[in-house]
Design a protein around this ligand. Structure first.
Ligand SMILES: [Ca+2]
Ligand SMILES: [Ca+2]
Length: 223
């Protein structure tokens, strides 16, 4: 019997490769609870360059090492706007991702940032981000960084940057603009290590203010 011609054996082999990464850690699907969708479909009629095409189906599960968890839940968040227009900074890590009144914080117009303190250094695998999904919007200059420095001067890794024209002055980003949906934005954290995660934005396709419903950082503490 020829092994390679047995579909079952081939399938098992592919599955095994899929579940083991190069370090031999078992990889498992990172399934997260999604909030209620507030609109159907993903409109694309935005006057925004480099806009990501909608997938047209639910996002596939993200694979992460076994034991990866939401390490930002209820962690302290600092903001460049200490006196939000609407809501409280704490909603960003309270676990509630629904797009309803009271579940979001609205920050001042222009470039603003928030920083989550994970309290210790972690290995990070994925970040899920919901700015606002009550209606379809595109947030501008979304930049996500990780560092051990609370001031983000030393040792900064940029995981995402869609500021294609450098209007936020942090360097040109090659990542795509995207329409906010209930699925949130998934950012691959690529196993980067750090204690602080910072998120920038610079207004959105509807107005100049900035919103956050939830930011969930998935990783493992470094022993
Ligand atoms: Ca929340
Ligand atoms: Ca820009």
């Amino acid at each position: 019997m020829n092994f390679l011609k047995t579909p079952g054996t081939l399938f098992a082999g592919v599955l095994l490769l899929f579940h083991l990464n190069v370090l031999g850690q078992e990889m498992v699907p990172l399934d997260i609870d999604l909030p209620q969708p507030m609109f159907i479909g993903t409109p694309q009629d935005f006057d925004v360059p480099n806009l990501e095409k909608p997938l047209g189906k639910p996002r596939p599960s993200f694979m992460a090492p076994e034991g990866t968890a939401n390490v930002s839940l209820n962690k302290y968040v600092e903001s460049s706007d200490n006196n939000p227009i609407i809501g409280k900074i704490e909603v960003i890590t309270d676990g509630d991702k629904e797009a309803v009144d009271g579940s979001f914080v609205e920050l001042a117009p222009g470039k603003q940032h928030i920083t989550i303190d994970l309290e210790k250094k972690h290995t990070l695998y994925a970040i899920f981000l919901w700015h606002y999904h009550l209606e379809a919007r595109v947030y501008r200059d979304v930049i996500v960084q990780v560092s051990d420095d609370p001031d983000f001067i030393m040792g900064v890794t940029t995981l995402y940057n869609n500021d294609h024209d450098n209007s936020s002055g942090m360097g040109v980003g090659e990542d795509l603009h995207y329409v906010e949906t209930h699925e949130g934005k998934l950012i691959d954290a690529r196993g980067v290590e750090g204690r602080y995660v910072r998120f920038y934005s610079n207004g959105n396709s509807y107005d100049r203010v900035n919103h956050y419903i939830e930011a969930a950082v998935y990783g493992k503490p470094i022993p």
